[in-house]
Design a protein around this ligand. Structure first.
Ligand code: ADP
Length: 450
């Protein structure tokens, strides 16, 4: 096992990794920008190294400084968390070139899944169901014929896409040329690459993803699904395990398809296969080759520490369990508590004046804030994740209500009031929502009262 691990991240996820390391007896090295010298991850790690000024490009994305921090402190492995360098294949290559270990999959698998066309073709060949579409680059000349074949409405998507950018819907032939040119322009501006492909646009799908873990000894398991349909501008807001729309047989079936595919690929580490789900069918949209923000809901229902397993797998150890040992117990929900206005979502950085976290059975709060902490304006606005677990979904909703009412984050605006409303909405209580539900709900709230 590693003796010392460097965490190339900040905020709640850096704490999450430090906690796993402590329980495994591994020493930890935090990196930080000059804006984060008072941050909790710096206080909690055994050692810390300042890697640059506030802008992430000069600090948390500064590869030479991060490698130097490893060399100075003698850390043998790097955990990238999520975001920042976690899906950067070049970073994984450079780590290996320096004789260090990247806690994650191989650089080749990161690269493969980072390009959407390659990813889709690869998983399709491995037997994972995909959205009907062009299965490759679409030229302006071929687009009309292809759209007729697929059937309107169609979605134009950027190969290099991410965060919902470079994605445009054409409801009919009349809208196609405009959708193509705007998707290309957006992709060019955001990713410097205007390659696009085409998919059937699903009208009311849910977002359901499967968490997997794979070790270097050929053992691949899935930890069930997460339903992340409640999204705003393609950003997840609320996640559940399991999905209110799925039964145990469907979970076993899609879980089996995914684990067999990834075993064939020789995948290593943690990963998530994201699907749209409509009328009982799954359609692959992308694979994330890293730890995800919403991983705790899967941990809650399986009792498996995903970060611990990532570290063990990277060190070459076999997982201590196989699929038949994994039992899904109860239901879990995560709410992303952002430092934002709850209805306009305008970021609200600043000083946390009061802070009280909820407790009690089945309540977990992953956060790096503390009373008096000043949330810097440079990074994402995730201030904490409230995760509740109970024996069934109904009890989970009641517990979530109670925990939200206990949670106090004063001095800044947060999304807590939004969740206090959501947890009382009949559609949410009934689990009856698609990926469009939250946007429509928020649009309705903004209308002035009649
Ligand atoms: P990104 O990497 O930009 O987030 P994804 O491929 O993951 O792109 O898609 C983001 C979101 O866009 C999905 O969660 C879903 O809400 C929507 N989406 C993607 N593909 C389709 C599709 N074929 N039909 C309907 N909605 C889609």
């Amino acid at each position: 096992m590693f003796e010392k691990v460097l965490i190339a991240n900040r905020g709640e996820i850096a704490l999450r990794v430090i906690r796993a390391c402590k329980e495994m007896g591994i020493a930890t090295v935090a990196i930080h920008s000059t804006a984060d010298s008072e941050a909790m991850h710096v206080r909690m790690a055994d050692e810390s190294v300042c890697v640059g000024p506030a802008p992430a490009a000069q600090s948390y994305l500064n590869i030479p400084a991060i490698i130097a921090a490893c060399e100075i402190t003698g850390a043998e492995a790097i955990h990238p968390g999520y975001g920042f360098l976690s899906e950067n294949a070049k970073f994984a290559d450079i780590i290996a070139e320096h004789g260090l270990t990247f806690i994650g999959p191989t650089a080749d698998h990161i690269r493969m899944m980072g390009d959407k066309i390659t990813a889709k073709q690869t998983v399709k060949e491995l037997g994972i169901p995909t959205v009907p579409g062009s299965d490759g680059e679409v030229s302006d000349a071929d687009a009309a014929r292809m759209a007729e074949e697929i059937g309107y409405p169609v979605l134009i998507k950027a190969t290099a896409g991410g965060g919902g950018r470079g994605m445009k819907v054409a409801k009919n032939a009349g809208e196609l040329a405009f959708a193509l040119s705007t998707a290309r322009a957006e992709a060019k501006a955001a990713f410097g690459n205007d390659t696009v492909y085409m998919e059937k646009y699903l009208q009311k799908p849910r977002h359901i993803e499967i968490q997997i873990l794979a070790d270097a000894h050929g053992n691949v398991v899935h930890l069930g699904e997460r339903d992340c349909s409640l999204q705003r501008r393609h950003q997840k807001v609320w996640e559940e395990a399991g999905s209110p729309a799925l039964n145990a047989a469907e979970r076993d079936e899609i879980g089996g398809v995914v684990t067999r595919a990834l075993a064939q690929l020789g995948y290593l580490g943690a990963g998530t296969i994201e699907f749209l789900y409509e009328d009982g069918r799954f359609y692959f949209i992308e694979m994330n080759t890293r730890l995800q923000v919403e991983h705790p809901v899967s941990e809650a229902i399986t009792g498996i520490d995903i970060v611990r397993e990532q570290i063990r797998i990277a060190a070459g150890a076999p997982m201590g369990f196989s699929q038949k040992d994994i039992v899904f117990e109860g239901h879990a929900i995560e709410c992303r508590i952002n430092a934002e206005n709850p209805f306009t979502f305008r970021p609200s950085p600043g000083q946390v004046a009061e802070f009280h976290t909820p407790g009690g059975l089945g309540v977990r709060f992953d956060s790096a804030i503390y009373s008096g902490y000043r949330i810097p304006p440079y990074y994402d606005s995730l201030a904490g994740k409230l995760i509740v677990h109970a024996r069934n979904r109904n009890e989970c909703l009641l517990r979530l209500r109670r925990a939200l009412d206990e949670l106090v984050v004063g001095g800044i605006e947060t999304t807590i009031p939004l969740f206090q409303k959501l947890v009382r909405e009949p559609d949410i209580i009934n689990g009856d929502y698609s990926i469009h539900w939250l946007e429509k709900y928020l649009a309705g709230l903004e209308k002035p009262a009649a």
